[in-house]
Design a protein around this ligand. Structure first.
Ligand SMILES: CC(C)(COP(=O)(O)OP(=O)(O)OC[C@H]1O[C@@H](n2cnc3c(N)ncnc32)[C@H](O)[C@@H]1OP(=O)(O)O)[C@@H](O)C(=O)NCCC(=O)NCCS
Length: 166
């Protein structure tokens, strides 16, 4: 498995991963899948801001991606500029084989180069696998926010986890 920076060629593969769990799970708190245009615009904005998107490639297939965005909107509140919130997703069928660990370790390395101090993971409280994953990668639960989200007609709790990376 190779971890590398995503390029425009990876827009559709990362869109596929982004959308994969939206219709059926509460892993991502939105009701509708992203369109190709929306995702391409997001991808371009990441590049323009210099915020990385990393992909894991196995035998020529993108099997996972991860990225970060500035925590709580760094433009209006620049005091948060050394804190980022990460997103990570490994394709079903490739999970539990170390791909997520490879991606997150690479992202942490990149974060250090960018002067990031804290990485935050905001995880649906029912996503026990992700909570265990982040804990295994050095993240600590710092908050539980009851009923901060809504999907499928019910309230959702958010677990905030963080790791000081440099
Ligand atoms: C969460 C996710 C990124 C983890 O990636 P992965 O490649 O499956 O994880 P790894 O194989 O690198 O696991 C590393 C460690 O994390 C822990 N872990 C990972 N998945 C776990 C699970 N489902 N249950 C319990 N522990 C888990 C284990 O300690 C594991 O180490 P081990 O295999 O030696 O026991 C991946 O499963 C995924 O994309 N899930 C669906 C989307 C998602 O939940 N994204 C995160 C949203 S916040």
């Amino acid at each position: 498995v190779l971890v590398r920076d995503a390029t425009e060629v990876d827009v559709l593969a990362t869109l596929d991963l982004f959308n994969a769990l939206i219709p059926t799970t509460t892993v991502a708190w939105r009701d509708h899948c992203a369109s190709t245009d929306e995702h391409a615009a997001w991808f371009a904005a990441q590049r323009d801001r210099g915020e990385p998107v990393l992909v894991a490639e196995d035998a020529g297939q993108v099997v996972g991606y991860c990225c970060w965005s500035t925590f709580r909107g760094g433009d209006r509140f620049p005091g948060y500029r050394h804190t980022v919130e990460l997103t990570i997703h490994v394709r079903d069928g490739h999970q539990g084989k170390g791909v997520g660990s490879m991606l997150l370790r690479a992202l942490v390395g990149r974060a250090r180069q960018h002067g990031v101090h804290v990485m935050v993971a905001a995880v649906d409280a029912d996503n026990f696998g992700s909570i265990d994953f982040h804990r295994a990668l050095g993240f600590t639960e710092v908050a539980r926010m009851p009923e901060t989200g809504r999907k499928f007609g019910r309230w959702l709790d958010l677990v905030l986890m963080q790791r000081i990376v440099s």
